[in-house]
Design a protein around this ligand. Structure first.
Ligand code: DGL
Length: 272
């Protein structure tokens, strides 16, 4: 039993989709979330910039008593995970491995699709993880750089012609390639599930990377006998831009109001 908190960070609000799953799976845990809303999006940044940002994010979280960290950002998980792990005393879960395992289990045709940010796709991290697991899988990776800004603008609902047009244009090649499993490789994308399902067809299995990372974190804590033992856990949220903006949008990603205080921090203080 370990009462310390789980730290979670993302470039912005997308990682709250992972928090939603963590709270569902482990309601007794305390969660400390940092969303770097002042510097979102990360998805088009260079690897050097991503590493600089991610180290600051992790350094901020390291000021709390933590037993685990979930990198709820596809872009950081694909580009910087090893470096972050190397410098951390706390175990770090990224989103790639758990999602890849799930997708490899789900696919029947052996054709798997991946949609993610430009930096995630360029890193090749998902493909490498699939290859390690099963070299016979055919992986079709696609960058969808307009998805994050559209989600953040609230343009993710079925019936919105802008997101439907963008999704159709991005996803048509994956549909035509016949993938039967699609990894939503960015934590913003679960909000697009309905729109994506509409384009890809109901038979295609969608893998939510935040949900898989949450499950992985739960399994590791459970195996280490490090789950918390309290009636109800709490959540605290930190953001690098205005707390009111975070609060206003958080409910979309969490599926509930940000049930906990939201505070702004100056992330540049946590730097190299
Ligand atoms: N939520 C982040 C991810 O999973 C991406 C958004 C961004 O580009 O910052 O990749």
């Amino acid at each position: 039993m370990d009462q310390r908190a789980i730290g979670v960070f993302d470039s912005g609000l997308g990682g709250l989709t992972a928090v939603r799953q963590l709270r569902r799976l482990m309601p007794s845990e305390n969660i400390i979330y940092f969303g770097d809303t002042a510097r979102v999006p990360y998805g088009n940044r260079s690897r050097e910039t991503l590493l600089h940002y991610a180290r600051q994010d992790l350094r901020f979280l390291s000021g709390f008593q933590l037993k685990a960290v979930v990198v709820a950002c596809g872009t950081v998980s694909t580009n910087c995970l090893e470096e972050l792990r190397a410098g951390s005393a706390v175990p770090i879960t990224g989103v790639v491995e758990p999602a890849v395992k799930r997708a490899a289990r789900l696919t029947r045709s052996g054709k798997v699709g991946l949609v993610a940010t430009r930096a995630s796709v360029a890193s090749g991290a998902y493909e490498r993880a699939f290859r390690r697991l099963d070299p016979a899988l055919e992986v079709h990776a696609l960058a969808c750089p307009l998805f994050v800004p559209l989600v953040e603008e609230g343009r993710y609902r079925p019936g919105d012609t802008v997101i439907e047009t963008v999704a159709e244009e991005y996803l048509a090649p994956l549909r035509e390639a016949g993938v039967d499993t699609l990894v939503l490789g960015c934590t913003h994308y679960p909000l697009l599930s309905e729109v994506i399902r509409h384009v890809m067809g109901l038979r295609v299995e969608l893998v939510d990377v935040g949900a898989e990372a949450a499950r992985d974190c739960r399994d590791r804590l459970s195996a280490a006998d490090a789950l918390a033992d309290r009636a109800e856990g709490s959540a605290r949220f930190y953001t690098s831009d205005r707390a009111v903006d975070f609060q206003r949008l958080a409910a979309l990603f969490l599926g509930e109001e940000a049930a906990g205080p939201v505070e702004q921090v100056d992330i540049s203080q946590y730097g190299e």
